[in-house]
Design a protein. Sequence first.
Length: 193
Amino acid sequence: MTTPPQGNPYAAPAPQASPNPYAQQGGHPRTAPVAPQQGTPYGYPAQQGHPGYAAYPGHPQPPAPACMFCGGSPAVHATFRAHRGILIVMTFGKQSGMMCATCGLGVYRELTTRTLWQGWWSPFSLFLFTPFTVIHNLVVARKVKKLRAPAPGQHGQQVDPGVPVHRRPLAYVALVPVLWVLFMIVTGLTQGS
C-alpha cells in the first residue's frame, strides 16, 4: 500500500536560507550596508525576524472614479435634470452618474437648453418644475466645473460641451412665457386702476 504525499503539492518550494554575506566581514547585519537583490521588493532583502512581513502584499489602491462617458479622471457623481411641459402633460428626464469636467459641462448645457426650450408650456411647469430644474442644474454644474480637466491620453471620446447656454438660440424660447406673464401683470395693473 502506498502512502499519499504529505503537504500541498502545488505550493512553491520553501526558500532556502542564504548565508549572511557580512558574517565574514565581522559586521553586524543591521549596520552593514545592504546590497540590492533581484526578485525581492524594491531590490532589497526581506526583513528577518518578523514572520509574514516579506509576504505582506500591501494595501491595494482603490480605483480612481472615472467618467461614465469617456473614462477620464477626476470625475464626480452628478445628476442633471430636464423637464418638458405641454399643457397638462409633463415629462421629467435625468442623466446621472460619474462625470468629468468636460462631459459634465456638455450634459449640463444640453439638458438645461432643452428645459429652457420645452419646459414652460404648462401652468405647473411655468411656475414650479422648470425654475426648480434650471436652478438644480446650475448648482450641480458648479460642482462639475470645479474639477480639473482629464489629462490628454487618459480618456476616450468625450461629450462635446458645445457653446454656453446663453449663446444657444433655443434657450431664449424661455423669454416667451416670461414676457407673457409680465404682459398679464402689467395689463392687470393698468385695468385695475
